[in-house]
Design a binder for this molecule. Structure first.
Ligand SMILES: NC(=O)C1=CN([C@@H]2O[C@H](COP(=O)(O)OP(=O)(O)OC[C@H]3O[C@@H](n4cnc5c(N)ncnc54)[C@H](O)[C@@H]3O)[C@@H](O)[C@H]2O)C=CC1
Ligand SMILES: O=C(O)[C@@H]1CCC=N1
Length: 276
């Protein structure tokens, strides 16, 4: 059980998911400090985890070796500039989960080159089944990488990317990805109901099918294409359904959607960098 102190700035949904993962992994609650201006968030976190909470961001940083930035990107410039004087002395590892906030922008707001790890998690982190992309700035040493990875691994599967621009691709695939699968589930449920199933049966069959397919894809040595072939009997029902997806060129559609998400991530990063 580690006793190195971690400070979370912003105690919303993603911070709650990360803290839940850390505590489930045996991290000491008394070593976790969170600041959030919203008293309801502070009370909720205190009651659920028994951790220390603060209204003032600077106070939460007290003796923290790692700072996790879990605020909305729009308030990043103000909050980073506000805590900069404290960080200049303590020089913690900064782990940012803010979408679209480049390392260079944070370095500028801090006014000093701190070790920064950018993380792109996704909402399944709430059930410790997240998929998380990480990138380290050149200032991060092996111990810092290890620490960032340990924190994020509590929320799910972790993959490092070697260049920061690839975080935008991670955003397009796994950051936004849960929404793509949820959309597909919505469509499957609707189709089930239109074919005569009751809503609850359609819902449960759809979700369990998604879970089963994901579990098989994760545990099998075969690629998804082979697993798909195993379901598809020649001249059978699956083949007929897949031909409809192929007519609509599903692969091209998915590539277009992911590229649109990636391009929007680039746009948001530029806006945040230029605005401040
Ligand atoms: N939701 C998602 O799928 C993903 C979100 N992210 C990133 O995670 C970050 C947090 O998102 P959520 O947890 O969903 O948002 P949230 O709105 O649930 O949490 C943000 C928290 O920050 C607090 N806050 C507001 N002003 C503050 C200040 N000045 N100082 C400290 N705390 C302040 C709010 O009271 C709130 O509790 C965002 O930057 C987002 O880009 C990253 C990947 C995926
Ligand atoms: O939709 C968004 O912009 C954020 C980033 C990844 C998931 N949600």
């Amino acid at each position: 059980m580690s006793t190195a102190r971690i400070a979370f700035i912003g105690g919303g949904n993603m911070a709650t998911s990360l803290i839940a993962g850390l505590i489930a992994d045996g991290y000491a609650p008394q070593s976790i400090q969170v600041s959030d201006p919203n008293p309801e968030q502070r009370n909720r976190l205190q009651a659920r985890f028994g951790i220390r909470t603060f209204a003032d961001n600077r106070e939460a940083l007290d003796a923290a070796e790692t700072l996790v930035l879990c605020i909305k990107p729009q308030m990043a410039a103000k909050v980073c500039a506000d805590i900069a004087p404290v960080l200049a002395d303590s020089r913690p590892l900064v782990l940012s989960i803010m979408a679209g906030v480049p390392e260079s922008a944070m370095q500028r707001w801090f006014g000093t080159e701190l070790p920064i790890v950018r993380a792109m998690p996704n909402t399944p982190a709430m059930v410790q089944t997240g998929a998380i992309g990480l990138h380290a700035s050149p200032e991060v040493d092996a111990e810092g990488r290890n620490r960032a990875e340990t924190i994020m691994r509590a929320a799910g599967l972790v993959r490092w990317v070697s260049e920061e621009f690839k975080i935008d691709a991670v955003t397009a695939i796994s950051g936004s990805g849960p929404a793509y699968f949820f959309l597909f589930m919505e469509a499957m449920e609707e189709a089930g109901v239109s074919l005569g199933l009751d809503a609850e049966t359609a819902r449960l069959l759809t979700i369990q099918t998604a879970l089963g397919a994901a579990k098989m894809a994760m545990e099998s040595n075969d690629p998804p294409s082979r697993l798909r072939e195993q379901v598809t009997s020649p001249g059978g029902t699956t083949e007929r359904a897949l031909s409809v997806f192929n007519e609509a060129d599903l692969h091209t559609l998915v590539a277009k959607a992911a590229t649109a998400a990636r391009d929007r991530a680039i746009e948001l990063s530029r806006t945040l960098s230029e605005d401040t």
